[in-house]
Design a protein around this ligand. Structure first.
Ligand code: ACO
Length: 322
């Protein structure tokens, strides 16, 4: 069996920034409420002519540059998104065309905010079986397009963006200690109604808007994320204390802190971008990863754990060594 090794990381944020102050002019809210309840101060919003695929293309280029590979080296594109350009084809296919990749396959993974963790695990399985050589795993979202901008309970939480990694198949000799070491994925569809979009091709023939019972999702988040983290650590036999970086889905600073307390992890090992990005759904983990990468703190050999929870409910965690 082969190893899948992360060889490049990139991110992209649209230029336009929407602050809490801006939001307070749109709905009945204020900076203090948003900051205290979520830790979010600002978020980025895609330009009117920027599609999810455009954000994904930017992130993909950044990841390929970081890896030192070109479009001709890519033979698998998996895009995690809940805000596709079109109902079909897959946004990954549109990204493939925009990048000029003509090899291999491209498809989307839909697990909402957990999408990137699910996509990484999916790509890892294909590469480990030797079916593809080099994957772009992308998380790209334009949640601004499915937000009900009159609902103060949700519109303050989300932002747009994209992140990507290059995942490469290597022989165990070449990979050494590096590679994806394990993943734990879960879904419990009994909670579909806690976080969903009230539209779709088969049900309403409309796009619909995001609906969330925030306080209920919050209650599930801490326990379910902790469950996945514990499971991955147990499966891989790597003690939590040996993990260098935890890169969580950036939904809410209170959730990040509660998970840290619950697992006994010091906050300086937990990457947080939620104050500047808000919740970018499937893009949040690779975006946070790319910020960590750009900060220069990430080193070859570091153990990185990613985790997320989102609509479904779906949740999971994955562990890799750089
Ligand atoms: N500004 C001011 N007041 C507000 C706002 C706002 N933006 N939004 C809600 N309120 C009010 C509510 O109307 C309510 O008022 P009431 O008591 O008079 O009825 C009060 O604040 C409390 O509302 P709750 O929803 O109970 O507030 P809570 O403390 O739970 O915080 C929040 C809400 C921030 C949404 C929180 O529940 C949360 O973060 N939940 C988790 C969401 C999440 O993590 N989702 C991510 C996972 S899935 C995904 O990423 C897609």
């Amino acid at each position: 069996e082969y190893r899948s090794v992360v060889t490049g990381i990139g991110g992209y944020l649209p230029e336009r920034v929407l602050t809490n102050e801006d939001l307070s002019k749109m709905v009945d809210t204020d900076d203090q409420w948003i900051t205290e309840r979520t830790g979010i101060k600002s978020r980025h919003i895609a330009a009117d002519d920027q599609l999810t695929s455009d954000l994904g293309v930017h992130a993909a280029h950044a990841a390929m540059k970081d890896a030192g590979v070109s479009v001709d080296d890519i033979d698998l594109i998996i895009c995690a998104t809940a805000t596709p350009d079109k109902t079909f084809p897959a946004t990954a296919a549109i990204i493939q065309a925009k990048l000029g990749v003509t090899n291999g396959a491209a498809f989307d993974v839909q697990a909402v905010c957990s999408g990137f963790v699910f996509a990484m695990a999916t790509a890892d399985n294909y590469l480990a079986r030797g079916q593809f050589k080099r994957a772009l795993v992308i998380g790209a979202e334009t949640f601004s397009r499915i937000i009900d901008w009159s609902d103060r309970g949700t519109c303050v939480l989300f932002g747009d963006g994209a992140g990507a990694v290059v995942l490469e198949r290597q022989d165990p000799d070449e990979a050494g200690e590096s590679g994806v070491l394990g993943a734990h994925l879960r879904t419990d569809g009994r909670y579909v109604d806690l976080l969903h979009v009230d539209g779709g091709p088969s049900s309403t023939q409309t796009v619909g808007h995001l609906r969330m019972v925030g306080n209920q999702v919050f209650k599930h988040a801490v326990n379910k994320i902790s469950e996945s983290v514990r499971q991955v650590v147990e499966d891989t036999d790597i003690g939590l204390e040996n993990i260098d970086w935890i890169v969580p889905h950036q939904a809410n600073q209170r959730i990040l802190s509660a998970v840290a307390r619950n697992l006994g992890i010091e906050e300086n090992r937990i990457v947080s971008t939620v104050d500047r990005h808000g919740n970018t759904s499937a893009a949040s983990v690779p975006l946070a990863l790319s910020e960590l990468n750009r900060s220069g703190k990430l080193n070859k050999g570091d153990l990185v754990l990613i985790e997320a929870i989102g609509g479904g409910l779906s949740w999971g965690a994955a562990l890799f060594r750089l």
